[in-house]
Write a protein that binds this ligand. Structure first.
Ligand code: CU
Length: 254
């Protein structure tokens, strides 16, 4: 193969790889796009991410511009003599030590505040749900007494339904029951909240809500065996009245 052909093929391969990568990001409006949140938790997490991303982009552009300028402006020319040799610059070094301190403080305050708020227990009037992850599917159990059937068993469904604008307090359980052995999974609904591990022998907790009605797709985000790729589910957020009638109907069927 001649060099030109190799270049063309490399270009095509790169373009295909880039298109695949961007499609995976949901750059073309995918329904797992974390930049297009459907709830308060995901929105807060996105905002915190952008708070760190934008300064990083500005600094990157500044550094690259300075590097290009310096390389061009101070390049060696015919007849140049050896420049004056210097070592260090106290004022500059103090400046680039102190400036990042301010930047880090600016990012740290809302981040720590967010970590505390998102890590707290759900409000008392939240809808309490147990998320059960097992090889390789999900079950969702509604723990509040009003959603128990005649035998006292919680309403249990394979896909999650929630009312909009209400906090969902989640406890995460690995394995169909406490005695079953299972592996680590990770509960993730990109448009509603960041991922949270589901650990055997340990109950992790989180809360989230949906501020917009709709169907949100979720999936296991921790490689958990041969069926990991098909370990998906949906979260359907509906108006509260619609949620109640859905729950009643499900309970009657159970
Ligand atoms: Cu899994």
């Amino acid at each position: 193969m001649n060099a030109r052909r190799v270049r063309t093929l490399t270009g095509v391969a790169l373009a295909v790889a880039l298109a695949t990568l961007l499609a995976g990001c949901g750059a073309f409006g995918g329904d797992q796009n974390t930049f297009n949140p459907g709830g308060d938790v995901a929105e807060r997490q996105r905002d915190l991410f952008l708070l760190g991303l934008w300064p990083a982009i500005v600094i990157l552009m500044g550094v690259l511009t300075a590097v290009v300028y310096i390389v061009v402006r101070f390049r060696r020319r015919e007849g140049d003599e050896m420049p004056k040799q210097v070592h260090g610059n106290n004022r500059l070094e103090i400046a680039w030590t102190i400036a990042p301190l301010f930047l880090l403080a600016f990012i740290a305050v809302p981040t720590v505040d967010g970590i505390i708020d998102l890590g707290r227990a759900a409000d008392d009037d939240a809808l309490h749900v147990r998320v059960v992850a097992f090889q390789w599917d999900w079950r969702f159990q509604y723990l509040d007494a009003e959603y128990a059937d005649a035998d006292g068993n919680p309403l249990t469904v394979p896909d999650l339904y929630i009312p909009v604008d209400r906090q969902i307090g989640v406890e995460l359980q690995a394995g169909l029951n406490a005695a079953a052995t299972d592996v680590i999974h990770s509960f993730w609904v990109p448009k509603l909240a960041g991922k949270q591990d589901v650990m055997p022998g340990r109950t992790n907790r989180m809360w989230f809500n949906a501020t917009e009605a709709g169907v949100y797709s979720g999936q296991c985000a921790e490689f958990c065996g041969i069926g990991h790729a098909v370990m998906k589910f949906t979260v359907t957020a509906v108006e509260p009245a619609e949620f109640e009638s859905w729950a009643e109907e499900q309970l009657a069927g159970q």
